[in-house]
Write a protein that binds this ligand. Structure first.
Ligand SMILES: [Zn+2]
Length: 425
């Protein structure tokens, strides 16, 4: 599979005039960012908006089957989108938006099985319309408008067959396959979507997965209800299951100071560490990786720790190297399942600070200092997806690295291009 493109910034043309760009270098947009959708998060509590958007003939639905998105069968790098008529047999005409959030909570019935539906946003510029909907033969329908907003509304719908709705879900899946679409696994080993579409898929995947895996209240353990178009779960005070309204156990999330339950984003630090003199870069490898494959070090950000401290701690724990100054480079949403990769560049302390010691933590099989020239060559000739073969022209035994869709690759590229040297522009 060819390595996909990277997102471009909407303000890229004006960036050379930016004072911040002159001072700190260009902004880096990583794969899984750069969605063309305006999320309009402030409208997620507006039921009239959601109802109108969901049932509009221009609305588009990204279907996920066991988290695999619907794509064009002939081109798996292109997402495919269903229309309202395709999903209605599973979701109903108005989806969960027939009722307001207050009504949904007041009428909560834990024995009801709902479809997970997430409002993703509105494509205001119409960039997705041309390439990837299931509607090429559709007659022109009027654009969706609400208040000052117009464009094509996008939703994600979980069509994984389960429970009482399994039959309806299977019907939708079958109908889409008959139309020439397929569900394609876009897990990290098989990434290939075009940049803007990868960002839409990332948002949909993270939220559908979170709703699926979080059916119970983290505070009290009772079942919860998905509200705000799939971006929040609440713990209702009553339950109508069995035909009788009964009070549920008290729960602190219903108080005035409430944390409800919101989707997780787990920050992870990932860092290119340069030697004290700036001529080498520290890379590590895990046992399960292919031969000769290395990458930058990474680890989870812990509570009560700054990003810079997490970088210094992780590097020391995994490799024994002591890092001094740390600068932030860029970040990358990583929806497998809910990470945010925070990319940094750090500089090792001279002398003893550069000494590698793997005895603290068993995570790495090996860590090494690589001369920048060797990394530069590997970035040109030795990158590929983790599950894929080395690229053509790769010489056995040479360093192998992750592709440009991985922030690790962007960090190494920044280092070999001399990103940290001031006044480059
Ligand atoms: Zn609760």
């Amino acid at each position: 599979m060819p390595i996909p493109d990277l997102p471009t910034l909407t303000f890229a043309d004006s960036e050379e005039h930016s004072l911040l760009t002159r001072k700190f270098g260009r902004e880096i947009a990583n794969y899984f960012s750069g969605s063309p959708l305006n999320r309009l998060s402030f409208l997620r509590a507006d039921t009239a908006f959601l109802r109108a958007a969901f049932s509009h003939p221009r609305a588009r639905f990204l279907l996920l089957n066991a988290l695999a998105p619907l794509v064009q069968a002939a081109d798996t790098a292109q997402l495919a989108f269903a229309m309202h008529a395709d999903v209605a047999p599973l979701t109903g005409t108005e989806g969960p938006f027939a009722r307001t959030e207050e009504e949904m909570i007041a009428q909560y019935d834990s024995s009801e099985e709902g479809v997970i539906i997430v409002f993703l946003g509105v494509d205001e510029a119409g960039v997705l319309d041309a390439s990837s909907s299931s509607t090429s033969k559709e007659v022109e329908v009027e654009e969706f408008r609400y208040r000052d907003f117009k464009g094509t509304p996008y939703f994600a719908v979980d069509v994984t067959p389960r429970g009482k709705l399994a039959g309806a879900a299977e019907g939708v899946i079958k109908a889409m396959k008959e139309k020439g679409f397929a569900f394609h696994d876009h897990s990290p080993r098989h990434m290939g979507l075009h940049a803007g579409q990868a960002a839409i898929y990332g948002q949909a995947r993270a939220l559908v997965d979170w709703n699926t895996r979080t059916p119970f209240c983290a505070q009290c353990g009772q079942p919860t209800l998905s509200v705000q178009a799939g971006t929040k779960r609440v713990c209702p005070p009553t339950d109508r299951a069995g035909g009788q309204v009964r009070d549920r156990k008290p729960c602190a999330t219903r108080g005035t100071v409430s944390n409800h339950s919101f989707p997780r984003t787990d920050p992870t630090v990932i860092m290119a560490v340069i030697s004290a003199d700036g001529t080498k870069i520290l890379l590590g490898r895990q046992r399960r990786w292919p031969k000769y494959w290395f990458s930058t070090l990474a680890g989870f950000q812990e509570p009560g720790e700054s990003i810079e401290e997490a970088v210094r701690r992780e590097v020391w724990e995994e490799s024994g190297v002591k890092v001094g100054r740390v600068v932030l480079h860029s970040s990358q949403p990583w929806p497998f399942p809910a990470s945010l990769m925070i990319g940094a560049i750090g500089q090792a302390l001279p002398g003893e600070g550069e000494k590698i010691y793997l005895g603290h933590d068993a995570e790495l099989e090996s860590a090494k200092w690589f001369p920048l020239e060797e990394v530069k060559e590997a970035l040109e000739k030795g990158t590929s997806g983790l599950g894929e073969a080395a690229p053509e022209g790769y010489v056995e035994g040479a360093l192998r690295l992750p592709p440009q869709t991985a922030i690790a690759n962007r960090l190494m590229t920044a280092v070999v291009e001399g990103w940290w040297i001031p006044s480059r522009m």
